[in-house]
Ligand binder design. Structure first.
Ligand code: MF3
Ligand code: CO
Length: 249
């Protein structure tokens, strides 16, 4: 069942989203060669606690950390490690913040130091793909319009769209209906309504979209070892258009 949120619920999610956006902006400042994903994990734990919030991912279905930190060919759900990030790496930090009963979910891929032109293009296209998906999230459109907007743009830029992981409804819990595919056909799927809160979180790969699982049963990486990037926002659909609850601007 898809739940439509009240203004009060949306306001709480927006407060969580603002704190999550502020967390990402702090991480951006820390992102230099030599820092470890575990340094970021520890920073996030403290920053959220200091701001009266909790990391919703920690303990979620047994996931052990506040953040997912997916480096280079890791697609998602990477465990933060003590291995220093190196110049030219990319790392996706994904977090879900709970504040006063409101939840928000946002992932961002960071360049570490100087990355190649090709790598930068993957980041730019993935971020633009997210915003194209958000633009399609208007009342009256259908979920397939979001997926199609992302897929047609991404594939036109010669990147592939991961199929194994999706966006989702979010509200009282991190994962609710509907499932938000990042590929699809225009005019197909569930109709979008005012008050729906969803995430859009495309993962784009430089090579094949196929993934393989690590032995930790969490971390997915690209089947061909090429790079993967992801940007994710939590949004609410309103009569006036989509509103980004995790906006960093
Ligand atoms: N934040 C992720 C998402 O976008 C959820 C990660 S699963 C967890 O859906 F176990 F790490 F929480
Ligand atoms: Co999500």
């Amino acid at each position: 069942m898809i739940t439509l949120k009240s203004e009060r619920e949306i306001e709480k999610m927006h407060e969580a989203g603002k704190l999550l956006a502020a967390t990402h902006k702090e991480i951006a400042k820390m992102m230099k060669p030599g820092i470890t994903p575990m340094d970021i994990e520890k920073f996030v734990e403290k920053f959220l606690a200091d701001n009266g919030a909790t990391p919703e991912q920690k303990g979620y279905q047994g996931y052990p950390y506040a953040t997912c930190a997916s480096v280079n060919d890791e697609v998602c759900h990477g465990f933060p490690t003590d291995k220093p990030l190196e110049n030219g790496d990319i790392v996706t930090i994904d977090m879900v913040v709970r504040l006063n009963g409101g939840l928000a979910d946002s992932a961002w891929t960071y360049a570490v130091g100087e990355v190649t032109e090709e790598t930068q293009k993957l980041l730019d296209v993935t971020k633009t793909a997210l915003y194209k998906g958000i633009e399609a999230a208007v009342v009256g459109n259908r979920l397939g319009d979001i997926g199609h907007a992302i897929q047609s743009y991404a594939e036109g830029e010669k990147f592939s769209v991961v199929r194994d992981f999706t966006g989702h409804g979010i509200g009282k819990t991190m994962h609710e209906e509907p499932t938000v595919l990042h590929y699809g056909k225009p005019g197909k799927g569930t109709r979008l309504k005012e008050g729906m809160t969803i995430t859009i979180e495309p993962m784009l790969n430089a090579g094949t979209w196929h993934c393989k699982m690590d032995s930790n049963d969490w971390t997915a990486r690209t089947a061909d070892g090429k790079l993967s990037a992801q940007y994710e926002h939590t949004i609410v659909i309103t009569k006036e258009g989509p509103v980004i609850l995790t906006d960093q601007d």
